[in-house]
Design a protein around this ligand. Structure first.
Ligand code: KG4
Ligand code: ZN
Length: 330
């Protein structure tokens, strides 16, 4: 272990920097949302990369300032290596390499999905392995068995869309802005979640997920109802659609928990910010850990906390570090 870690996360459209102390305390966690992609209805990779170029340096400065530290006091630099948008990742990786080299401190490469799990290790309320973790974000949805702080075993994953992608696409069909998850959750609060019966992919066995069916089902439902009736029943549609996604996530989580023999459960990823999902996970009856909403959606604090348990790159590895768009380098 060493002193404070400067962490950088640029895997998608948020430019993020954080400072994490040696003991895992988050000293600062700054997220500069690009706020430009909503006009296109989704993240445009090239624009995301260009925006990181503008936003990342001031975001790092703010993170250091809020932590009350100067760059010279940083003892490690952690960066998201992948998976994510390759152009966006490369801006963060390049910046992290440059800072580590200029300050002569080690670089730590962090997998974004390990970061979402590590959101559960944040002080002052760290959740200790072993546990089952549901990770649901815009790009990934999977169940992990977490036995230690540095790795996990994937028990099952989505066969098609990620849960966050389903939220985003459903929201778009209902005329809501991007990102759709928070907007759909807000609209759903005014609706009846039992009004429509959307599928939860009951036919998909084991610990895998599928969200293509629920998305298509909403599309057909909107076509059947017609414009006026869809408009009148938007909140009911949102509430029922959200219930189907949350139930699908919960069913697999319960299955994995039963099969594992573990009584400890955690969640992570942007969809873990969803209120009904958070309530239902807490109500499972297992010992549960639900990270703060800010630690669920993309942020650099989770990358810094993950780095506490990971090895440094050697100087040669650091200079040669490349980003990876999908999968993992490990
Ligand atoms: O983890 P994240 O910030 O980025 C990725 O790694 O993908 O997750 C973003 C996803 C988006 O699809 C967004 O719509 C969804 O998380 N999300 C939510 C909520 N907040 C964010 N989905 C449902 N309810 C929310 N409150
Ligand atoms: Zn993420």
């Amino acid at each position: 272990m060493s002193g404070p870690i400067l962490a950088i996360e640029t895997s998608c459209d948020d430019s993020c920097a954080a400072v994490v102390a040696d003991d895992g305390t988050v000293l600062s966690n700054v997220i500069a949302s690009q706020g430009i992609h909503d006009r296109y209805g989704g993240v445009v990779p090239e624009i995301a990369a260009r925006q990181h170029l503008h936003l990342l340096t001031p975001t790092i400065d703010t993170a250091l300032e809020q932590a009350g530290l100067r760059l010279a006091q940083i003892e490690r630099v952690a960066v998201t290596q992948g998976p994510g948008l390759i152009g966006a990742l490369l801006i963060g990786v390049g910046q992290a390499k440059a800072i580590a080299a200029a300050c002569s401190v080690p670089l730590v490469a962090v997998d974004h999905l390990q970061g979402h799990i590590a959101a559960n290790f944040v002080e002052p309320d760290p959740f200790e392995p072993p546990f089952i973790c549901l990770v649901a974000s815009g790009g990934h949805t999977f169940l992990a068995r977490v036995e230690d702080h540095a790795s996990y075993e994937t028990l099952g994953a989505t066969l098609d869309d990620a849960a966050g992608e389903a939220f985003d696409k459903g929201a778009r069909m209902l005329g809501l802005p991007f990102p759709g998850g928070p907007a759909l959750e807000a609209l759903a609060r005014e609706g009846d979640e039992t009004a429509f019966d959307f599928p939860t992919a009951r036919n998909v066995k084991g610990f895998d997920f599928s969200f293509a069916g629920v998305k298509t089902s909403l599309l057909y439902m909107i076509a059947d109802l017609g414009e006026d009736e869809t408009e009148r029943r938007r909140a009911d549609l949102a509430a029922s659609f959200q219930r189907a996604i949350v139930d699908a996530l919960l069913t697999r989580l319960e299955r994995a928990l039963d099969a594992s023999g573990l009584d400890r459960v955690a969640i992570g990823g942007g969809v873990a910010a969803n209120g009904p999902l958070r309530e239902k996970v807490e109500a499972l009856g297992a010992v549960s850990h639900i990270p703060d909403r800010l630690l669920c959606t993309d942020n650099a604090a989770m990358i810094g906390v993950a780095a506490r348990f990971l090895p440094d790159c050697s100087p040669d590895q650091a200079l040669a570090l490349d980003a990876y768009p999908s999968g993992s380098s490990r």
